[in-house]
Design a protein. Structure first.
Length: 225
């Protein structure tokens, strides 16, 4: 792909990324491989997911603080507002998550206090480092939002098989809000960026997907081996 073509089609290039597609394929395979897991196995998944869920609002806040354009700040703030409950802390994603797992019969402390696995620590470190710079932060933001629903759906499906519960509020809120989050992430990429800036965003989006692949591989190893 030429530099000119890339610079005018960054979202197309990101959408077609082999690394992103590798992650989505891995998630589909994970659901097929896992079948119905035990409570102990699902707790491992839920406990590791809690770490990026808990850190994501901090990442968004840091990204807003290093974004020089008010348009970018606005679009990221829209996502942050929904993540934190649209003005009601009781509706914040983290609280809805804890309520959902508690209703499913999982002990809160075994999830919210689970020590991070190696790949989970690397994932959070990646978010933290990316949010020190606007371009790397935008790559991580886009990389997260376009695969968030497939990731949530995978974990929700494994939780349903274990608990028999069909209605999972934590999954429902993502189904409702994620299209808007993706739209906001796309809007942040419509600024007049140079080809070099867009390549930087692309590089960090692929780094984000690599970290998520490692995250799920590490979990797979823990629950199936």
């Amino acid at each position: 792909m030429s530099t000119t073509a890339f610079a005018t089609n960054i979202t197309d290039s990101l959408s077609a990324s082999e690394r992103k597609n590798e992650l989505v394929t891995f998630l589909n395979n994970l659901k097929n491989e896992c079948g119905t897991l035990s409570t102990e196995q699902v707790v491992i998944i839920l406990g590791q997911w809690f770490h990026p869920l808990h850190y994501f609002p901090t990442f968004l806040s840091r990204l807003i603080s290093v974004s020089p354009e008010i348009e970018t700040q606005t679009y990221v703030s829209r996502i942050l507002w929904e993540e934190l409950g649209e003005g009601d802390p009781d509706h914040a994603h983290e609280k809805v998550y804890i309520e959902t797992i508690s209703d499913g019969g999982f002990a809160k402390e075994k999830v919210a206090e689970a020590p991070p696995l190696r790949a989970t620590r690397k994932l959070i470190e990646g978010y933290e480092q990316a949010s020190t710079n606007c371009l790397s932060g935008l790559g991580f933001l886009y990389g997260t939002e376009v695969v968030d629903l497939p990731m949530v759906s995978t974990i929700g499906e494994l939780m349903r098989r274990c608990t028999g519960k069909e209605d999972l509020p934590w999954v429902n809120v993502h189904v409702s809000q994620e299209p808007g989050h993706v739209d906001s992430a796309n809007e942040t990429l419509k600024a007049a960026l140079t080809g070099e800036e867009q390549r930087e965003i692309f590089k960090h989006a692929e780094q984000m997907w690599t970290l998520w692949i490692d995250f799920f591989r590490n979990i797979r190893s823990e629950i199936l081996n």
